[in-house]
Design a protein around this ligand. Structure first.
Ligand code: IMP
Ligand code: MG
Length: 177
């Protein structure tokens, strides 16, 4: 698996250090109020697990399965909600976590849906944000790292379902695609 990685973009230590900072920021922004965290599967799994364990506060975790990418290199532009039932967000302050902000369609669709379902406020946090023009009008409130517009894997991000368990974020070599 490691041999397929052309270069490491954000190494394990950098990620862990940045998560310390993000957790502090979040603690400061949501002081003491009940917080509902919505984790977007499967990409945000690793990021959320490491980030939320740094937040010694009362919170609840819900997960949402959203498909937008279908495992390849390009987004198809349609966002579908795969769960039978969505979490009850009525009157709640919600933090949505995703792995990466790319076109922005996923976060836009999720934020709109949760607000439509009656959430009091929805903020968003991503491990990575690609530098590009977003197809949907959305930016994340909390960003771990800003990266160039290239395809990355690891730390939750996949290529055809693989590489999510790499402890760092890297660029996939041409041969592996
Ligand atoms: P968006 O809706 O285009 O912002 O895309 C968000 C989703 O596309 C993310 O949650 C990822 O699952 C996937 N994605 C976007 N860029 C990458 C990438 O570079 N590597 C792996 N997955 C990606
Ligand atoms: Mg994904």
């Amino acid at each position: 698996m490691e041999n397929d990685i052309e270069k490491v973009l954000v190494d394990e230590q950098e990620i862990q250090r940045r998560l310390d900072g993000m957790a502090l920021e979040l603690e400061g922004d949501f002081p003491g109020e009940p917080l509902l965290v919505v984790v977007l599967l499967k990409g945000a799994l690793v990021f959320a697990a490491d980030l939320l364990r740094r937040m010694p506060r009362m919170l609840e975790i819900e997960c949402l399965s959203v498909a937008s990418y279908h495992g390849g290199l390009d987004s198809c532009g349609v966002v579908s909600f795969l769960d039978r039932e969505l979490p009850d967000v009525r009157g709640r302050r919600v933090l949505v976590l995703d792995d990466i902000l790319d076109t922005g369609r996923t976060l836009r669709a999720v934020v709109d849906r949760l607000l439509g379902d009656g959430a009091l406020e929805v903020r968003t946090g991503v491990l990575l944000a690609k530098a590009k023009r977003r197809a949907a009008d959305v930016e994340a409130n909390y960003v771990g790292f800003h990266i160039a517009d290239e395809f990355v894997v690891g730390y939750g991000l996949d290529y055809r379902g693989r590489y999510r368990n790499l402890p760092y974020v890297g660029v996939l070599g041409r041969a592996a695609r």
